[in-house]
Design a binder for this molecule. Structure first.
Ligand code: ZN
Length: 489
């Protein structure tokens, strides 16, 4: 097992050598989606970032337990613990049970993830299935004196906590600055302090997602589920917690405070955050009309899209940037990614037909070193892909006979590309993309042209054989005066 991996820890703002608590086991937790709508590019980037980390750690021979949650209760419309539950709003709009909304979007999320070749996590816990664990944690936080109850709701007491433990370390914010930037509480609020956040909310009569508790019939605050479920499955201390930068504050900051208050110490060793995706330089938002879901991308069904983009093009596009860099979506960038991806895949196919020679004129070990160093340096997939593509130039030179390679070096080169591209980056051959449909169509046209030539030469035997073989493949041929139409059944 190599231990050359360095990862950037958001908490310490430094690249640190990855040193798991109990090797070879690694506990990895990443925040999953709130399932009230279809996943978009932002969801894809987060899922793919931690999927590659999951794959890469396994590639380094770690035994990884990867927990990615599903938020199906408690995520309110705004971060001030006001507004309605996002899932309930959707359920009311569509006259559905809240759990029908959850199931519907969770199924679609899973389909999206499988299209993107994102591996399922080891455990996928749901917030609604862990109400008791969340209530227990609230009890502990209250016992420690860091939470208070008002009218059946329970709030985390940030100022009491901050007297003994610094609040704001992860996001680099100070309580005093946060206070001066936060609007004052209105008379309606039950909170003592605007920075306090809900651990338990009493449900009003119209709120149908509710559970009994010693405080009231209600539901847990959003931040609580990740504290309760990560420690339940990964232990009181675990290695890596991931998520998008948009979750850093307040979600992850609150998570740290809850764990320290309830369990006496922080649970997470390394915090990792992926950056956001912008669309043509703009932040993504429903109100801006640039909110593109993955289904729309796969189908090319959005006014901003010039064409459909296959899931592997999207995966390649995301991995072409380092996970901590910003990434801007545009049709041009996607088309360039599509080209780069196909170029890489073609070269890998080329490796299977190269003829070995008695000498090697390219530097295979140097390429392997550069690729491995890129991944060890905070999972720099951007650099890795750069090296892999410069290797493609070498592979093309080998194919053209400008360079030579021995049998052993060819095997090394093949296994380098196969393990990094397929196992670590999780890219697959573009079968599912529109590209393969296009090739199939052109092949059928070509075969029908040959059949037409046979008929012109009065070779009806061959013409019939072609028609029958196509029919066995489920392709119906209908003759016209000037050729033939075809249809896949
Ligand atoms: Zn979370």
């Amino acid at each position: 097992m190599t231990n050359k991996l360095f990862i950037y820890n958001t908490l310490t703002r430094k690249k640190e050598r990855f040193d798991p608590i109990n090797p070879p086991f690694v506990g990895l937790y990443a925040c999953g989606p709130t399932v009230y709508g279809d996943a978009h590019l932002g969801h894809a980037r987060q899922a793919i970032t931690f999927d590659v980390l999951y794959r890469y750690l396994q590639h380094l021979d770690y035994k990884v337990r990867y927990v990615r949650n599903i938020t199906d209760v408690g995520h309110l419309e705004n971060d001030a613990d006001e507004g309605e539950d996002k899932i309930l709003v959707k359920a009311r709009l569509e006259s559905l049970e809240p759990m029908e909304v959850v199931q519907h979007y969770m199924n679609r999320y899973h389909l999206n993830m499988s299209s993107l070749n994102v591996l399922p996590p080891s455990i996928e816990p749901r917030a609604s299935g862990h109400i008791i664990e969340q209530q227990e944690l609230i009890g502990k936080i209250m016992d420690a004196g860091y939470a208070y109850e008002v009218n059946g709701s329970v709030y985390f007491d940030v100022s009491a906590y901050n007297e003994n433990h610094p609040y704001g370390q992860l996001s680099g914010r100070k309580v005093e600055d946060l206070l001066s930037n936060t609007r004052a509480l209105d008379g309606q609020s039950e909170k003592r302090n605007p920075l306090d956040f809900a651990l338990w909310k009493k449900a009003d009569p119209a709120h149908i997602m509710r559970w009994p508790s010693r405080w009231s019939e209600g539901f847990p605050g959003w931040h609580l589920e990740c504290s309760a479920m990560s420690t339940k499955y990964l232990g009181m201390q675990f290695d890596i917690h991931g998520g998008g930068m948009d979750l850093l504050f307040p979600h992850h900051e609150c998570e740290i405070a809850q764990n320290v208050a309830g369990y006496g110490k922080p649970s997470v060793r390394y915090w990792m955050h992926n950056n956001m995706i912008t669309i043509n330089g703009q932040k993504m938002g429903r109100s801006l009309g640039n909110f593109i879901t993955l289904y729309q991308l796969f189908a090319g069904d959005h006014k901003m899209l010039e064409q459909a983009y296959g899931p592997m093009t999207i995966r390649f596009f995301i991995l072409q940037a380092h996970y901590r860099s910003t990434l801007d979506f545009s049709n041009e960038a996607m088309q360039a990614a599509e080209k780069g991806f196909l170029r890489l895949m073609k070269a890998i196919a080329q490796l299977d037909v190269l003829k070995p020679e008695s000498t090697t004129t390219i530097d295979v070990n140097g390429l392997a070193d550069r690729c491995n160093r890129a991944m060890e340096d905070d999972m720099n997939t951007a650099k890795l892909i750069g090296h892999l593509l410069s290797g493609v130039t070498q592979i093309n030179n080998l194919a053209e006979g400008k360079e030579t390679i021995t049998d052993t070096d060819l095997e090394t080169l093949k296994s380098l590309y196969h393990s990094l591209v397929f196992s670590v980056l999780g890219l697959t051959l573009p079968e599912a993309s529109g590209q393969s449909d296009k090739i199939t169509g052109e092949l059928i046209e070509m075969i029908l042209q040959l059949r037409n030539d046979a008929k012109t030469n009065l070779d009806f035997n061959t013409a019939d054989r072609i028609r029958d073989r196509l029919s066995n493949l489920g392709i119906t041929v209908k003759d016209r005066k000037d050729g033939a139409d075809w249809e896949i059944n």
